[in-house]
Design a protein around this ligand. Sequence first.
Ligand code: MN
Length: 227
Amino acid sequence: MDLVIASPKPVTVPVQGGGAFPVRRIYCVGRNYAAHAREMGFDPDREPPFFFAKPADAIVANHGVMAYPAHTKNLHHEIELVVAIGTGGAAIPVETALTHVYGYAVGLDMTRRDLQLALRDKGRPWDMAKGFDQSAPCAAITPAAKSGHYTKGAIWLKVNGEVRQSSDIAALIWSVAETISVLSGYCRLEPGDLIYTGTPDGVAAVVPGDVLEGHVDGLEPLHCRIG
Ligand code: MN
């Protein structure tokens, strides 16, 4: 059947070694590092993980410029390990969860913190605080066949050369395998899904002109400037 308007452009993330990964959905995990849960005012007891989403076209390519968004005076950085799903499944067992992973990348879950807290206090959805345009900078994906799977490894973020967030993947409350297992119980995962696995402590505001450099051991570093 003829389309009555032009199709949206496919969203892709480059893959180290060649090719591109088509993005279907972006899922994010909330409060997945104890020290970050504490800094947000919560008890980091191991309560079940919770999830929110961003639109696929919120991706900003590596070395891109993210425009400072409207409706915030407190735009926060959240550096995260991103998991790229290569094969789909529902209610995936923890034991086989990592076989669904295509690869890994460094991402930023950019957040209108002031709006998020206001929405949270009113019991309203977080979408406009988390899922806005350009809210998901992401570096190239490294295939798991090259990087291995992540149960540990340094993760850090520098802003203008100064370390703001620094932790280790080993500090994840819910591991990559556990996250895939629980999330796939709510929504069937499909090839092309990205999972932003949560941020360590040290989240803080950025301003126009700031340069963000994100790092996870073994992955392409993420570079993003706030416009
Ligand atoms: Mn986050």
